[in-house]
Write a protein that binds this ligand. Sequence first.
Ligand code: DWN
Length: 412
Amino acid sequence: MLGKYTHRGTCRICGSKNVIKFLELGQTPLANRFLCKEDLTEDEPYYPLDVYYCTECGLVQLLDVVPSEEIFNEDYAYFTGASEPMRGHFSGIADDAQQHLPITEDTLVVDIGCNDGTLLEYFSRTGAGLLGVDPAVNTLQVAAQKGITTIPEFFDENCALKLRDEFGKADIITATNVLAHNPDLNGFVKGISLFMAEKGMLIVEVPYIKNMIQNVEFDSCYHEHYSYFAVRPLTYLFSKYGMGIADIREVPVHGGTLRIFVRRGKEESEVVNKMLTRERELGLDVIGTYIDFGKKVKLLKEKLNTILKELKDKNKKITGYGATAKGNTLLNYCKISTDILDFITDTTPFKQGKYTPGMHIPIFSEEKFHEEPPDCALLLAWNYVNEILEKEREYRERGGKFILPIPEPRVV
Ligand code: DWN
């Protein structure tokens, strides 16, 4: 069944009509809508998953827009704290913030898209006032249980004004993996400009399109990620609201991420100019780069399916490792179902006992991986490859293999 969505014909940052489709991933269900057993007989909503490039401002984006309330509600399946490596990463953000702006008991730190409060926990050691904003109320409850003041709302201009009236202006606003999740980028950044203190700082993290292109991370595309960022469209977006990138760096999480420090004033720092030059050198501002990427995605699908078929022909038992949202793009696009994967294991209690959207593969806790080890595990959480290969050293020493799907499918 086709779900409810709207199609927009223009770029969501600059409004240009020059938006060109370069990747078609077919129709897929929502990547984080895991199913209970009783849902399996119901008709599942599917939505087109096509990716476009704006030749004016350079934003990569989806134009088929699923309403955000369909995605972020009381059933949101991603809990940051379930992935151990993210803890160290978030601790690093709090330290980095301190380097850029002294944090005292008078500082108000607001985390937009705070999920289960993992990031704010690291700010709590500074004594600052903490506020978490997130429309996904089930994850937000976990943040509230940690003593964090929580606001169950989707951040936009109206929400910004309400928060400003109630709590005053924010000194530090964090938004990690949030910008991509907001279909109204202009409304979001305008809201920040209304809510942020004069000398305040916004810290944004977004997966970097450079890495997505270089490592063929096509599975990062799904409906809750409305946009995919290079530095160029971001500088333009912030400058529209009187802000500029004061500092920026690349950090390794989620397959390659940009950590960006934004302040009032339009002056861009030297490091930003260097990154813009490098983006031009890599061809991130030409459509041909994206068309080539689309071709690589098709080849990846063929190669992965060939590897899986060869293993099945040899009667090998295969399971999936990590019931990730991106994994659901990969499984649905490559049509990998229960005839290939017996089950998937995941550390998130909310996902265990459920089934993946579309392919309906059952999900179990990690214990099952150790109790019934497969011959091969398809690593759907490839962004934690080093940590997981290390964690599953014993399985590998006993002959267990992993299939890494990107940048080119291979068995290790
Ligand atoms: O932006 C988004 C990112 C940040 O997180 C979202 N829209 C949704 C989500 O995407 P994802 O599900 O692809 O993210 P992760 O972080 O790759 O998910 C990892 C999953 O794997 C979690 O469900 C936990 C699980 N896991 C596991 O089973 N064993 C993780 C590790 C590290 C493990 O050892």
